[in-house]
Design a binder for this molecule. Structure first.
Ligand SMILES: Nc1nc2c(ncn2[C@@H]2O[C@H](COP(=O)(O)OP(=O)(O)OP(=O)(O)O)[C@@H](O)[C@H]2O)c(=O)[nH]1
Length: 316
């Protein structure tokens, strides 16, 4: 074993789930609830803007963002290097949570955790799939792959559906996976003993998949930024013109009508929201102006049309 790596394996939890399902929100609860455990998180944003890292850094925990690709395929090497850096921390890290990007095939990440450079240094305790209780497409092969790879399921957005619908989704998931399904609304709900400390008997899965791994080139994305604040109605009109093509949109927004304030923009399915965002002046803050990423499926999302719609609002 490498002398830089810890003698006992560090427990790892892998969180998977489609774009916007609620992975970052779950990890935020885990980091908030992990007082005294010295946890670190690795988060993977598909685009070049570290949005999840910025959001989670507010927890005060060690959060490292890997961007511009997917840790299940194109960024596997970056994941391994980052894990080795975290593992060499002193005092020793008590646990690591890895957020896969929403387009990731978790099997690629599980395989990476068996890489010989990590041998004996990490132990994959749980793979958790986050499923949106309100919007999920059971015919989507990516959704199915993520669900199949999971040891446990966390149902997000339970507050957005009726008790009857929640029971319906739970029953469906249980029938599909015969696994434990949790509803987590806050840090106190995290079952740390289930997610950490009871690793299932896992085989070394390196190179073990007959079907090719799903890769991140099925999705395209557009990043758009502006140093100046934008007009809110113009922004809303522009986004509306291509929202139907999107799988996800998110980022930080300064609005001309609300000087001095900073907003977090989230778009999942048909729902878009603006909430108070991290201050641009904090150490891990996103900086001033506008920084956005929009993601859609290849062939559905016309990034050039979206770019010109957004460009038209620069001086609106
Ligand atoms: N009402 C409600 N909203 C939620 C819940 N979980 C997540 N959200 C919202 O859903 C949106 C997406 O949540 P994220 O946690 O960023 O989802 P994600 O899976 O990390 O997204 P990507 O990393 O982009 O794939 C945000 O607007 C969240 O506030 C929940 O349990 N209830």
């Amino acid at each position: 074993m490498n002398p830089d790596l810890p003698a006992d394996p560090v427990p790892v939890m892998l969180v998977t789930g489609v774009l916007g399902s609620g992975k970052t929100t779950l990890i935020n609860h885990i980091l908030q609830g992990s007082a005294g455990r010295s946890f670190a998180a690795i988060v993977n944003d598909f685009g070049a803007i570290n949005i999840d890292e910025t959001i989670l850094s507010a927890s005060g925990r060690s959060v490292i963002g890997l961007k511009n690709g997917c840790i299940c395929c194109s960024l596997q090497g970056d994941l391994l290097r980052t894990l080795r850096t975290i593992l060499s921390h002193r005092p020793r890290i008590g646990g690591i949570v890895i957020e896969a990007s929403g387009v990731a095939d978790p099997r690629g990440i599980v395989a990476a955790l068996f890489d010989p450079v990590l041998k004996g240094a990490v132990r994959l305790d749980s793979v958790v799939a986050v499923v949106d209780a309100q919007e999920h497409d059971i015919s989507d092969p990516l959704w199915r792959t993520q669900l199949d790879a999971a040891d446990f399921v966390v149902l997000s957005k339970a507050d957005c559906v009726s008790d009857k619908d929640l029971l319906g989704v739970r029953t469906l998931l249980h029938a599909m996976r015969k696994t434990m399904v949790f509803v987590i609304r806050k840090a106190d709900d995290i079952p740390f003993d289930v997610f950490f400390g009871n690793p299932p008997d896992r085989q070394d899965v390196t190179g073990a998949f007959p079907p090719p791994l799903l890769t991140d080139d099925r999705f395209v994305h557009l990043e758009w930024s502006s140093e100046a604040p934008v007009s809110l109605p113009a922004f809303q009109n522009a986004v509306q013109s291509f929202a139907a093509q999107l799988a996800r949109g998110k980022g930080f927004l300064s609005i001309r009508e609300r000087p001095g304030e900073r907003f977090l923009f989230q778009l999942v399915g048909k729902r878009a929201s603006l909430s108070p965002g991290p201050s641009p002046s904090t150490r891990d803050g996103p900086g001033p102006g506008v920084k956005l990423v929009f993601i859609g499926r290849e062939g559905q999302f016309d990034t050039e049309q979206a770019r010109s719609a957004l460009e038209s609002i620069r001086f609106a």
